[in-house]
Ligand binder design. Structure first.
Ligand SMILES: Nc1ncnc2c1ncn2[C@@H]1O[C@H](COP(=O)(O)OP(=O)(O)OP(=O)(O)O)[C@@H](O)[C@H]1O
Length: 231
């Protein structure tokens, strides 16, 4: 279980996050929502060790993660699928996947078979360059690369952005399947409201860097959430 407690973050003098708290449980999808620029990506970057936070705590399975580096966060079990995917364009699908090995002991440097069950297209395109894949295929590759690290927490930043509807459905099925396996907490930052409403078990809405609404599915209404995350 991931606990984010009273997290603050600044870019220089400018404060972006004003004390964000939320929990993400194993076997659940926890949605973080909000309009453009409220700080969702900054929040994920802080959890993933990609940007320093200025206050608060990040706690994983009861243990405080003390301002870890990106590598340290990955080793601790936090996998991050960034907005825009950051697939290496000149490396093959296989090489992109192998970059996930960096935080694992050598004995675990093998692509597990369940990756091909989740994303059969990646097996077909194993030797194709990342940059030659479609946006949807790159998103699948980015999620697969994150899963290679055997995470306890999977952070997904806008996985449906710029992706055609049939692949969005497929990505939704993969997220549901990973949730149902029950061994990881999934944090989903997403602006596609209906996709998120249909998938998430709990919701945290952020407005101007602070939590404006929070609750489990069944506790918050669609209308109240829509009001907080619409422009
Ligand atoms: N490296 C940076 N330096 C300075 N300001 C930044 C930096 N990155 C983001 N910001 C600013 O911080 C605020 C929050 O940005 P962030 O990307 O976290 O928001 P977001 O909710 O993820 O937005 P989007 O939905 O557009 O991705 C914005 O005002 C943004 O301009």
């Amino acid at each position: 279980m991931l606990d984010v407690r009273d997290l603050t973050l600044h870019y220089g003098q400018s404060q972006i996050l004003h004390g964000i708290s939320f929990s993400a449980e194993k076997g659940k999808v926890t949605a973080v929502m909000g309009t453009n620029g409220v700080g969702k990506t900054s929040l994920l970057k802080a959890i993933a060790g990609r940007h320093p936070y200025t206050g608060g705590d990040i706690v994983l399975d009861g243990q405080k993660l003390d301002h870890l580096s990106a590598h340290g966060a990955a080793q601790a079990g936090i996998a991050y699928v960034p907005q825009g995917r950051e697939v290496f364009p000149l490396m093959t699908v296989e090489e992109n996947l192998m970059t996930g090995f960096a935080c694992l002991p050598k004995a675990d440097h093998k692509i597990p078979d369940h990756i091909w069950d989740l994303f059969p297209i990646l097996k077909d395109f194993l030797h194709r360059r990342g940059g030659d894949l479609s946006g949807g295929q790159q998103q699948q590759l980015a999620i697969a690369r994150a899963l290679i690290t055997r995470p306890k927490v999977l952070l997904l930043d806008e996985p449906t952005e710029g992706i055609q509807p049939n692949i969005i459905q497929q990505i939704g099925r993969v997220i549901a399947q990973l949730r149902d396996q029950g061994d990881m907490a999934i944090v989903l930052v997403e602006q596609y409201f209906d996709f998120t409403w249909g998938l998430a078990d709990s919701f945290t809405a952020i407005t101007r860097g602070a939590v404006s609404l929070q609750g489990k599915q069944g506790e918050v209404t669609k209308e109240a959430l829509l009001e907080k995350v619409s422009i």
